[in-house]
Design a binder for this molecule. Structure first.
Ligand SMILES: [Zn+2]
Length: 336
């Protein structure tokens, strides 16, 4: 089993001489990667430029960031060739690792553009080292830049940042240094491909929270009618919980609830409704045990949300939503 720490650079339409192709808004122009064995020791590296097929003008942001000229890229091989070599180099069942959550979506989108064999037909598990760094050394929520993280870890910076290989190398350096093995169990899922049916849904329990990545629904209303999504069963013991704060949404995208398990105490529920690549929606639901203070903060947020809605209703700028009875939740949601 290998860890494959990868970083991609991509170019996009400059908007003047070239217009965006929606099926490939970001064209990968460089793949850099470092291979670590199961002991997390660096054992190999991959570094290739890609000859562009879609965008032939360098976007000014790309040029500024990575200091690459089109003439250099012209010497590279086309994406399908490089990608094939890269995946072969990765070996069987690699654990992909990236700094931040975006690279694997872009890789899969570029692969689709050239109709290459997909990496997977489901969400792709990977390690987001930026997140793991925060779990190991920060407050779990902060997301530092790679250069800041390198500084914090006092890792020597012998090569410049912002090229695919150097960023993969520095990300690998951080992965090497994470001492607490349990941090590596906090895997992420790239949802470029979302679950298409119930059996493919992702249900995963970490030591402090549980996560569900749902199948696709035609719209938000259908998603929120799903019993499992709305349910407030305890993720640890499966008991039915008492609802303390019914589902509410401050913004129409995120929903919150607080319930109480007789055995495990207060539990926060959070639902995020997200757009899938094909225009459908899917839901990421998390449940987490919380302290009374956090429950109180959620209650304050709920009150604020309800007040804002009432104000809107009064001034006629929004639709009136009746507050407070739990069974009103779905109806209220459907009306939005
Ligand atoms: Zn419980």
């Amino acid at each position: 089993m290998n860890y494959i720490v990868l970083d991609l650079e991509w170019n996009q339409a400059d908007g003047v001489r070239e217009t965006e192709k929606p099926e490939m808004p970001f064209e990968i122009i460089e793949i850099g990667a470092v291979k670590l064995n199961s002991e997390r020791e660096m054992v190999d590296q991959f570094n290739e430029l890609i000859k562009p097929q879609v965008y032939h003008v360098m976007h000014y942001v790309t040029r500024k960031l990575i200091h690459l000229q089109m003439s250099q890229l012209e010497k590279g091989a086309p994406f399908p060739e490089v990608c094939e070599r890269f995946l072969k180099w990765c070996g069987e069942d690699p654990i992909f690792c990236t700094w931040g959550p975006t690279d694997l979506s872009q890789l899969q989108k570029n692969m689709d553009y050239y109709k290459l064999q997909p990496l997977t037909d489901k969400p792709l598990a990977f390690l987001d080292i930026q997140k793991l760094f925060s779990i190991a050394y920060q407050d779990k929520k902060t997301r530092s830049s790679l250069s800041d993280a390198i500084k914090l870890m006092e890792i020597p910076t012998d090569i410049p940042f912002h090229r695919a290989f150097s960023d993969a190398y520095y990300t690998a350096k951080i992965l090497e240094k994470i001492e607490d093995e349990t941090v590596l169990s906090y895997c992420s899922f790239d949802t470029y491909r979302t679950p298409k049916k119930k059996e493919d849904e992702i249900r995963i329990r970490f030591d402090t929270y549980a996560k569900l990545i749902s199948m696709e629904y035609p719209d938000k209303a259908h998603a929120l009618q799903d019993k499992e999504i709305c349910s407030c069963k305890c993720y640890i013991c499966g008991r039915k919980c008492r609802k303390k704060i019914k589902w509410f949404t401050p913004n129409g995208k995120h929903y919150y609830s607080v319930s109480f398990c007789d055995k495990h105490g207060l539990m926060k529920g959070k639902i995020r409704v997200r757009k899938a690549e094909d225009g459908n929606v899917y839901v990421v639901k998390t449940q987490k045990l919380i302290e009374a203070e956090e429950a109180e903060a959620i209650r304050q947020r709920q009150i604020k949300t309800e007040t804002a809605k009432k104000m809107q209703a009064k001034t006629g700028t929004g639709q009136k939503v009746k507050s407070s009875k739990p069974e009103n939740f779905l109806r209220a949601v459907l009306r939005r």
